[in-house]
Write a protein that binds this ligand. Structure first.
Ligand SMILES: Cc1cc2nc3c(=O)[nH]c(=O)nc-3n(C[C@H](O)[C@H](O)[C@H](O)COP(=O)(O)O)c2cc1C
Length: 356
């Protein structure tokens, strides 16, 4: 029988309940965002990338990034490093947070990271990837996974070599963002690289790159044969993408809209209201974990994504960008929802129910 596109993923000693992941996203995938993504259907989430060196030195802010949210049972901790001894020194502290898996970042293109030999710089040294994975996997039972890119640049596409090195070192799962380091986040991702990796490796391969809709996720699963997909930019400001993808994968049909309305405009409006309300709920959860000025400042980038595609959205965003308190956000969103959709924010928040 044909395997369903939506399924669990088995790693040594750990079962991931499904194959729709929230990718690691520096500056975004904190406790609150992971919590929201989980509520709306993400099966597995990662921390933002954390520096193994900073972990080993006991940096408190770095340690905070590894903590779980209130209801978070499973979590992948992603680290960046370049030296096996950093892995060894950081490991006891990482284990203190009981991650479900430890992921090694071999894809970050940022100069500050690359110049230390970490992130995408590792794509230039597959033997170093092998050494890092080996050091970690021989020191813990927790699955060690690796997230790579297609290569450093167009003339050094070496994901096959990097993937093989990771698996030989003991990696239990590979993620691939199918762009080169030189591409950064521009251009299109090369899904054929995901397909090749999925075909050649004996471990699950998770695809990443250009997943901006449920249909794109379904296409990636079908076209590449990868075990799972990682939503990244497509989930920022739109955590409903997980639920919609689950629905698409399991019903074989169209994405189910929020109110099942016959009227497409009404259904679209309901979906927009729901998205913005989730944005406000997200802010409330940020406030649960951070102080008000920090939560409000950090929510700006999220809310700017939550408001994409709304009527008169640039005006709305301008107002929101000036907020420094929850009350300010509440008033602006309340006024906006009333004016454009005749909806009360508080009432809309009430029935926020992922099952709807
Ligand atoms: C703002 C931002 C932060 C990111 N941070 C990380 C990170 O910490 N670790 C990582 O492995 N990838 C990181 N990525 C890469 C994503 O996980 C993902 O592989 C990439 O965005 C491609 O997917 P997309 O085209 O669907 O966005 C980041 C991407 C963005 C846009």
């Amino acid at each position: 029988m044909e395997k369903s596109l939506y399924h669990s993923i088995q790693l040594p000693g750990v079962t991931l309940p499904g194959n729709l992941f929230l990718a690691p996203l520096a500056g975004y995938t904190d406790k609150a965002f992971r919590e929201i993504a989980k509520i709306y259907g993400a099966d597995f989430c990662y921390t933002e990338m954390v520096s193994a060196e900073a972990i080993a030195r006991g940096n408190q802010k770095t340690h905070d990034l590894m903590e779980r949210g209130d209801s978070e049972e499973a979590l992948g901790i992603q680290i960046f490093l370049s030296q096996p001894d950093q892995a060894e020194r950081a490991l006891p502290d990482i284990l203190h947070y009981s991650p479900s898996l430890i992921d090694i970042n071999c894809g970050c293109p940022v100069p500050k990271v690359v110049k230390t030999g970490a992130g995408a710089a590792l794509m230039q040294q597959p033997e170093r990837i092998y050494a890092l994975v080996r050091r970690l996997s021989s020191a813990t039972e927790i699955p060690i996974t690796v997230k790579i890119r297609s290569g450093w640049n167009e003339s050094s596409i070496n994901f096959e070599e990097a993937g093989r090195a990771a698996v030989e070192g003991g990696a239990s799962m590979l993620g691939i963002h199918a762009r080169t380091r030189l591409q950064g986040y521009s251009g299109t991702s090369r899904w054929e690289h995901i397909a090749r990796l999925a075909e050649m490796l004996p471990v699950p391969v998770i695809g990443s790159g250009d997943l901006f809709s449920p249909q794109a996720a379904k296409d990636m699963l079908q076209q590449t044969g990868c075990a799972g997909v990682m939503f990244a930019r497509g989930a920022i400001g739109n955590p409903l993408i997980f639920q919609q993808t689950r629905s698409l994968l399991s019903t074989k049909g169209d994405v189910i809209l929020a109110d099942n309305s016959e009227d497409p405009m009404k259904a679209r409006d309901a979906q927009l209201v729901r998205r913005l309300t989730i944005g406000y709920y997200h802010l409330q959860r940020e406030l649960h974990y951070k102080n008000e000025p920090r939560a409000c400042a950090e929510m700006k980038k999220h809310l700017s994504a939550y408001t994409k595609g709304f009527p008169d959205s640039s005006n709305l965003r301008n107002k929101l960008m000036r907020c420094t308190s929850l009350e300010c956000y509440r008033q602006i969103l309340q006024e906006y929802l009333q004016h454009h959709f005749s909806v009360d924010l508080q009432e809309s928040l009430g029935p926020l129910n992922p099952a709807q």
